[in-house]
Design a protein around this ligand. Sequence first.
Ligand SMILES: [Zn+2]
Length: 299
Amino acid sequence: MSLREIRGNTQILQRMKEAAATQVVSHAYILEGDASVDKLRLAREFVKAVICEHRQNDGTSCDLCVTCQKVDHDNHEDIFYVSADGNSIKDEAIEEMQRRLANRPNAGNRNIVIVEQADTMTLRAQNRLLKTLEEPAPGTVILLLSENSEHLAQTVRSRCILYRLHSLGTELEENIKIVAAETGEQWLNGEPFYKLVKAMEPALADKTAAAEFLDAMEIWLRDCMISLYDQSGALTGGAIAGGAGGQNRWPQSARELKEIARNCGKESIYNAIEACEEARQDLERNINTGYALKGMLLK
Ligand SMILES: [Zn+2]
């Protein structure tokens, strides 16, 4: 297992790989994500990439060298774990960590600390940690795993690189919106069926993906419709995407949506919205996902 095999959070993974490849590694990171995100695994894979003896060109670990093996077997001498004792991480645990960091690394040139549930650190523990964050020994890398970094003192947070991790679900949802908008455009432009099927392929993965796709498609189609009635030209991407103060998350601009809508006409959009609703009913009736979605495009 290496960073290469972790899905989602692509930008953060990319930054981690770059840090490993260039060895420009910060002394402290916060990996923040809810319980559904495996922060510990990501932390380990990042560490492995950083200290691997035969790192790959893309900044990922080789998974074969002694160092990688030790990280995988959880017995690397230079990695120290801090975890909660009861409900919180106490001052003593951080004190112990500092004693460890006072020693030079055994195997390589880095001492690494992984603090699990870092947001459970007592205030005293955080104040103690602050000293290490302010004057880290060379080669020190501290990874704070947190469900909510707001629970950490501002002084601690401001000294760490913060990586906000999304659960895979959120990312998929974002991707599916793009898939819907792109399929929608081709659909309204009257592209051939095989092209449409190819465009919506990610939506065919399972029923959840298909349902999200249909939701996104319907919103996208309605946005197209709305764009036709816009007289003022004041429509912003955010407004038509319907997000409360949010950004336009469609790949097309407001003007492009209007263009698409004009070319295909109101009638076609109405029909498409209807087909979309029917497909949703098909899904609810447990009709095969591929059958329901492909059927929709043929209407
Ligand atoms: Zn390795």
